[in-house]
Design a protein around this ligand. Structure first.
Ligand SMILES: NC(=O)c1ccc[n+]([C@@H]2O[C@H](COP(=O)([O-])OP(=O)(O)OC[C@H]3O[C@@H](n4cnc5c(N)ncnc54)[C@H](OP(=O)(O)O)[C@@H]3O)[C@@H](O)[C@H]2O)c1
Length: 236
């Protein structure tokens, strides 16, 4: 299904990204894995196997770095067929009246701007070839049923992913470049298990299950789906 498709994965060294990377490799995709630290790249290579991923170092919140990233991927692998915007992070725990503006700036930069920049950079090639898939990662916190006190900045930044998805799909309505996002609740990652040792992990969504949804949204089979936000809540 994904044989020889070039798939650019941001956040490939993270809890969700590493599982998605492994799944796409198993499908025969050519994976460009974005990383920041050499140690994290090493861990990813240990997890997926030697000689399988093409690592590209970049800061996806920085336009110059994103532009260099896409130029390097295109030079080495020829093109980007699928972009997976998995980079993201969480900050919260303070009500708005006690929050510093830096928290909002950081959340929007990391969670929204990164996906905006990477999407912008891959679009010219996808439009020219009349084929592309962009899948981003929102969060349940962005929706009424997932709202929690103390994380307004995070919710805004992940709500921005839904808006980006819907608006970009509308802009691309005349080409087969489909733009969708998944919206996880708490993911069963080792980081979350460490942070919340008493939580009922049976309710958490497994990264492997999210990877299957992303795989579908990145394939020819999702031709009819664009502008969608798919809840991947597990049992929570
Ligand atoms: N975990 C959850 O429960 C949960 C729930 C809902 C939604 N989500 C969303 O799901 C996605 C994956 O979450 P996760 O738990 O797998 O996160 P994670 O383990 O913290 O991984 C985040 C990844 O982003 C990379 N990254 C961060 N800043 C970057 C930058 N400026 N440039 C390039 N790469 C950067 C990290 O690289 P380094 O390893 O070098 O830091 C890491 O690979 C995120 O968008 C997150 O917001 C997560």
């Amino acid at each position: 299904m994904h044989s020889n498709r070039v798939v650019l994965i941001t956040g490939a060294t993270g809890g969700l990204g590493r599982v998605v990377t492994k799944r796409f490799l198993a499908e025969g995709a050519v994976v460009a894995a974005v990383y920041r630290s050499e140690d994290k790249l090493k861990e990813l290579i240990e997890y997926v196997g030697e000689g399988k991923v093409n690592g590209f170092k970049a800061d996806v919140t920085d336009p110059a770095s994103v532009s260099t990233l896409i130029a390097e991927v295109t030079k080495k692998l020829g093109r980007v067929d699928v972009l997976l915007n998995i980079v993201g992070g969480y900050a919260g725990g303070t009500p708005l009246q006690e929050s510093e503006e830096v928290m909002l700036d950081e959340m929007v930069t990391l969670n929204t701007r990164s996906a905006w920049l990477c999407s912008r950079a891959v679009l010219p090639g996808m439009i020219e070839r009349n084929w592309g898939r962009i899948v981003s990662v929102s969060a349940k916190n962005a929706t009424p049923s997932g709202r929690r006190a103390g994380n307004i900045a995070y919710a805004i930044s992940k709500g921005g992913i839904i808006t980006l998805t819907e608006a970009l799909a509308e802009e691309l309505s005349k080409v087969e470049v489909n733009v969708n996002c998944v919206m996880p609740a708490t993911i069963d990652t080792s980081k979350n298990r460490e942070k919340m040792p008493k939580a009922d992990t049976s309710k958490w969504v497994k990264p492997e299950d999210i990877a299957e949804v992303i795989l579908f949204l990145s394939s020819d089979s999702s031709k009819a789906v664009t502008g969608a936000t798919i809840p991947v809540f597990g049992r929570s």
